[in-house]
Ligand binder design. Structure first.
Ligand code: FES
Ligand SMILES: [Fe+2]
Length: 396
């Protein structure tokens, strides 16, 4: 067999169910709506790092499942999240991405709220005297919020099991790094990607594509035997590195000596590479001296908002911070040797699936949970299929 004709191109790949994904999962509008109803309306989602709300009354606005939300730190030090929507006629309350507000005043008719979400003032409230509208019953819609290792998560659904149940043991290998010293966000950037949200998450679950990155070809692929690179998957669609992968930075000009100039994070060595992908759309990735957190938010079937955070150690000397920023940006900054290449890959596949020229993604690599096994992708799509009641390989 050489090249394939139309009908053979459109046949399913000769791999077992669960080992390939139909291109329709990236484009079909019904599937996109289903993902909103059955994933994003009830899953726990990473919202921000607690260090982004250091003071009482600090807030951070973000979008989730098509809605604007705001996380706020109260004077009681508790972080709460609300729909960023006024109880009166629905105006958006806060239009800056972050700030500090002891009282939130709606610009439209000047109703006011405190950081517990209580409505504290209605101008000329006497006009509502006969119809029962009163500030005591006009609070904001609060959204369940929980904090684990300083990671702030929210869910829109009151019936979703607790965050600890949702995450299970998936973050256990990160607890020392995330909590062993206080971390803070020093880098934040956003990009709108012309691809489905899953296409980005796939780049963080797929080790096989490390051949694409010149820096990984020269520092990671040969840094340890493939069979020693252990991967792990968890119930709920999470998955990542089961043991640390190693990097040999001396193999790449400009990276040599990386880590000799700043202490690694707690529980890490400077040459460790550790990652976890949390279902549905968050990745936590550490390269020994620095951490990156990705969150991808669907905007439409073929558009997604990517938020990327870089974290270092709170209160560290300026010299250490500069080195950590360099380590972050070398890989993951907008001009780094890793993230821009992943963007090209995600958008390139999206181009093929948009008009169904591409039909399937093959996720069939089996290396016994090591090397470049596709097991993390399969675990993600098994959970996706379970929630949607669809086979990822034949979803419609
Ligand atoms: S819409 Fe907010 S006060 Fe009227
Ligand atoms: Fe990549």
């Amino acid at each position: 067999m050489s090249a394939r004709d139309k009908s053979s191109w459109e046949q399913t790949p000769g791999a077992p169910a669960g080992h390939f994904v139909s291109g329709l999962v990236y484009t079909d509008p019904d599937i996109y709506r289903d993902e909103s109803d059955k994933i994003f309306s009830n899953a726990w989602r990473f919202a921000c790092h607690a260090s982004e709300l250091p003071e009482a009354n600090d807030y951070r606005v973000f979008d989730h499942d098509g809605q604007s939300l705001v996380a706020m730190r109260g004077e009681d030090d508790v972080i709460r999240t609300f729909l960023n929507v006024c109880s009166h006629r629905g105006a958006k309350l806060l239009d800056q991405p972050s700030g500090n507000a002891k009282h939130v005043t709606c610009f439209y008719h000047r109703w006011t709220y405190d950081n517990h979400g209580q409505c504290t003032g209605i101008p000329r409230a006497s006009g509502y005297a006969s119809d029962g509208v009163k500030k005591e019953s006009m609070g904001l819609r609060e959204v369940r919020t929980d904090v684990l290792h300083d990671l702030v998560f929210i869910t829109l659904d009151g019936a979703t099991p607790p965050l600890e149940t949702f995450i299970g043991p998936a973050l256990d290998r990160f607890s020392e790094m995330l909590s062993g010293q206080p971390l803070e966000v020093f880098h934040y950037n956003q990009a709108v990607l012309e691809c489905n949200w899953k296409a980005w998450h796939e780049t963080n679950m797929d080790l096989y594509h490390e051949f694409m990155h010149v820096v990984l070809r020269q520092t990671q692929v040969n840094a340890m035997p493939m069979e020693d690179r252990k991967l792990i998957v968890f119930e709920g669609g999470h998955g990542g590195s089961g043991g640390d992968l190693k990097a040999a930075y001396d193999g790449y000009e400009g990276f040599a000596g990386r880590g000799d100039d700043v202490p690694p994070l707690a529980g890490m060595s400077a040459t460790d590479f550790r990652f976890i992908n949390l279902f549905p759309s968050t990745a936590i990735i550490s390269r020994g001296t620095v951490v990156r957190i990705d969150t991808v938010t669907p905007i439409g079937p073929d558009k997604a908002l990517l938020e990327m955070r870089g974290l270092g150690v709170q209160g560290e000397p300026d010299g250490h911070r500069r080195v950590r920023q360099k380590h972050h940006n070398q890989y993951w900054g907008p001009f780094g040797r890793n993230v821009p290449e992943d963007m090209v890959a995600a958008e390139s596949c999206a181009d093929s699936f948009r008009h169904q020229a591409g039909r399937y993604q093959i996720i069939a690599r089996d290396e016994k949970m090591a090397g470049q096994d596709d097991a993390i992708l399969r675990a993600f799509y098994a959970e996706w299929g379970r929630r949607l009641g669809r086979d990822p390989g034949a979803p419609v």
